[in-house]
Ligand binder design. Structure first.
Ligand code: UT7
Length: 334
């Protein structure tokens, strides 16, 4: 039987600069009150000039390796929506920055579901015998693709990174990834899209308007689909694990909007207090939000060894999915 992928270390990082709702609302037709009540966000961390995604990824990766007690791994997967450059991938830069040698390293592009796709990719590398240990990093300098004058996105997003180390093991061990359920639907691609900078715009011969380099989002439609798909995928991952929704100790969902997380919890009949939320402090950090939430919940002593955890996300692509695991005995470095 192929080896299972077992979480054996967790690290996170966030930029030091805090931007409050009041600061975002300056010069924008919005308010602290609207942002708080419609999203749950109070403040977010943002990168300052000169900090790129790989810088955050190296910090989170170093913390995860420290948490795992390792100084080398067999492969690195980086989930990001905001690579340092359109070409090449950022993962090799991260592996180099961590001094990991000439290991396989590649990017995964699944926006807010990126961490779940990264976990599945890491598990695949282990099952295929490519590596016995994989560093899975999700890092986003997301505010670099946000138009500060767009009230549909500027109040929502923030920057940060999180990483886990996966190792080959058995499904019976705590930390093993159990139910993995992933999906996509490209008919929803335009709901979350950066129009310029890719081959569609470049091959047209048309020079992009500056604002086309920013990401646009049809928030309401994303909201409705996110609730529906996260519920569906969670049920599939739970069924594959042999767990009922009532067995879940922690629902750690993509931190997009507190109202989305409550709606998913309610539909799954998981009590609201078992749905962890830290988006009030970080905003929506896209792919990085789930590992940042895992780090927060563990660091606050809420998530402890043996807890049954359900991870779920929905995001650009559209992509979505869910993963289950029993939380291992690890000390996160946050
Ligand atoms: O992370 C990847 C996936 N992303 C998400 O999951 C985000 C999902 N979407 C959301 O979180 C929410 O849709 C938003 C927070 C983006 C928007 O909240 P909403 O409750 O869906 O607002 P809405 O777009 O339905 O607009 C409601 C009202 C409208 O006014 P009227 O027509 O009721 O008078 C909007 O014009 O709120 C207005 N509005 C705003 N007002 C102040 C929309 N955005 C803002 C704003 N400030 N920033």
């Amino acid at each position: 039987m192929n080896p299972a992928a077992v979480v054996t270390g967790l690290g996170t990082t966030a930029p030091e600069t805090v931007v409050t709702n009041e600061m975002v609302a300056r010069g924008l037709d919005t308010s602290d009150e609207w942002i708080r009540t419609r999203t749950g966000i109070r403040e977010r961390r943002v990168v300052t000039s000169g900090t790129a995604t790989s810088d955050l990824a190296v910090d989170a990766g170093r913390n995860a390796l420290k948490s795992a007690g390792l100084d080398e791994v067999g492969a690195l997967v980086l989930a990001t929506t905001t690579p340092d450059h359109p070409c090449p991938a950022t993962a090799p830069t991260v592996a180099y920055g961590l001094g990991l040698g000439e290991i396989p390293a590649f990017d995964v592009s699944a926006v807010c579901s990126g961490f779940l796709y990264g976990l599945a990719s890491g598990a695949g590398l282990i099952a295929a015998g490519v590596a016995d240990t994989v560093l899975v990093v999700a890092a986003e300098a997301f505010t670099t693709i946000i138009d500060p004058t767009d009230r549909n996105t500027a109040p929502i997003f923030g920057d940060g990174a999180g990483a886990v180390v996966l190792r080959a093991g058995k499904t019976s061990e705590a930390g093993a990834l159990l139910g993995l359920d992933l999906h996509s639907n490209g008919s929803m691609a335009e709901l979350i899209m950066t129009p310029a900078g890719g081959s569609r715009q470049r091959s047209s011969g048309r020079v992009a308007e500056p604002h086309e380099h920013f990401m646009g989002m049809q928030g309401r439609t994303v909201f409705v689909n996110a609730v529906m798909k996260m519920e569906q995928s969670s049920r599939t991952a739970l069924a594959a694990t042999g767990w009922e929704t009532g067995d879940v100790d922690w629902l750690i969902g993509h931190q997009a909007n507190a109202r989305i997380l409550s709606a998913v919890a309610e539909r799954l009949e998981i009590p609201a207090e078992r749905a962890y939320i830290n988006l009030d402090r970080y905003g929506n950090t896209a792919g990085a939000s789930i590992p940042l939430a895992l780090g927060g919940a563990a660091d606050e002593g809420l998530l402890t060894a043996g807890h049954r955890v359900l991870l779920t996300a929905f995001g650009g692509g559209a992509t979505w999915g869910a993963v289950t695991l029993r939380w291992p005995e690890i000390v996160p470095v946050v």
